[in-house]
Design a protein around this ligand. Sequence first.
Ligand code: IVH
Length: 666
Amino acid sequence: MDNSMVNIKKKIKELSNEVKRHNELYYTKGVPEISDAAYDSLIRELKGLEKEYPEYEFKDSPTQLVGAPIPDKFSKVEHTSPMLSLESVNDEDGAYRFDESCRKETGGPVDYICEMKLDGISIELVYENGRFLRGSTRGNGLVGEDVTLNLKTIKNIPERLKIKDPPGLIAVRGEIMMHLKDFNNLNKQQVKDGKDPFANPRNVVAGSMRQLDYRITAGRKLHVYCYRILTYSEEMPPTQKEALSLMEKMGFTVSPKATYCAGMEDAILYHHRLEEERDALDYEIDGVVIKANKLEVQKKLGMRTTNPKWAVAYKFKACKEVTRVEDIVVQVGRTGVLTPLAFLQSVDISGVTVSRATLHNMDQVKRLGIKIGDYVKVERAGDVIPYISEVLKGKRTGKEKSFKMPGECPSCGASVEKSDVFYRCPAGLTCPAQIKESITHYVSKDAVDIEGFSDKTVSQLFDNGLIKSAADIYCLKKGELLSLPGWKEKKTENLLKAIEESRTIALDRFIFALGIRNVGKHIAKVLAKKFGTLEKVASAKEEDFTEIDEIGPEIARGILAFFKEKHNMSVIHKLGENGVKITKLKKVPEGKLEGKKFVFTGSLIQVTRSEAERRVEEAGGMVSSGVGPSVDIVVAGEKAGSKLDEAKKHGIKIIDEESFIKMLKS
Ligand code: IVH
């Protein structure tokens, strides 16, 4: 390649990166840096060069997506093979009956692959000569809707297959999912924007696939997990196990935790183990799918009209129960927003007692039409806060009472103000509820992390006049605590010890702990990295903030307003006077843990789990709850459980606590 060619290749790469950066700013962060016209001109330049020099077009060029016209409806597409559904069973007997019929029809023992039954939206992805051609929803199983543009916004759908000699045709089936962390963040934003929260991640995914404007889908963080080869121009792999490996080799993210089971006993154990792990996962599953492993067996067993005879869905216990609303009370949040909260007759939902559910805002109360005394359906899943999905209006007796937002703050009596769908107490830090919430935030796990300092403790200490702000925490005396009901020697000592240990705080955590509006963990880290000291953050100007990629004018104004407030500055001074020391972000040699994903299993001896997780994040790494192909290192403590087996199966690097500590120090 001569010099001018090298330059053109470089130019295409640079332009492509620049467009991607602007996409991220526009779609994901909502803070565009350049005008639409300037953006269009970048795209035009890139497209022009790619057309002239097709040999240099990068696989993942943003021109693959950008500029595609927004359709006014989805076109229908026929699937390459029917997308079948599954018959389900609810108990061990059902699973054994399925096994029995498999063995009877094939005349021998049957081995299985067990996978999680992912609760998302099923899609087909078609690749021609290794290039992503088309993707569609399941529809009626034979014909679905072409949602290619929406699917192209999903990062883990490969644009090109990652193998040397791709097949002429391959179509795979997978499930589009939204992780619970992203779902909770999206809902927080919805509520902040005065919009209704989404009921569950599956609804968000379904809604995202139905978007005609793919730019909206691009702003949602979706993932696909593939679990079946539907059509293949080469010879089909002889087992489901090999089909999964092949898909993984091609660059698909396959259904995590798929496990080989020699017989139904093992498959049932897999089901029970998964049911226990379910709440720790970052996505929703509603059962396991048991599939005959051998293709030959699958063929022999054949299918019914819409279900294969070689697979079954073994469902988990329902996550939905009916209970009664005993009361609806108003909670005052850290920023004064009034939130209605339903107090429920306690109910066990798949092993967890639920007695409250947030109603988010008045719009939600109206949308559900909920009254005190109503019977309601309550759902919960993983990390998602329990929510009321339906009011059973047929069960009403006529004695139910409507709920109205109070005109005065239930905590301080100030007149409530209304803007959009929000009702807000304007009293700020003269309102006891808001002070308590801000102290609770200060001591919370992601902030200063004082173990044993629950919201109930904050309330008790505040109500008894022992603390008036976060700074007073550091002046608590043993005698004062012991004089309160429920405080014995051990509990008191533990809390004082935890407070003592929290006197030295990393700058990013301290910034987050202050509770500045719109400054979450991530922005706090960005501020700490950029400014280095709290004084510099406090004295910065609006433009010092907005010149940072992630910070828009709204966040900047929130920070400025916070440091302008005298009361806030006086709490910060008092914290300093009372011995709080702020440390800089710990710098670990560049690239050490940068971008590395960790999973912890078993108990650690030298550090607590949360301390270990914090150290990984401080060094640029990430922590995940489940073991999957994207995990780099599993740290196995004592009595490590099933995650260790998973890691071994996936060939993931496993280290012990000792090596982990060394890794942090090196
Ligand atoms: S296999 C013939 N595997 O469950 C094979 N399905 O009705 C049919 N699902 O609509 C599908 N996780 O969306 C299969 N690991 C998994 C799955 C899975 C979730 C969904 C799929 C389907 C529904 C069953």
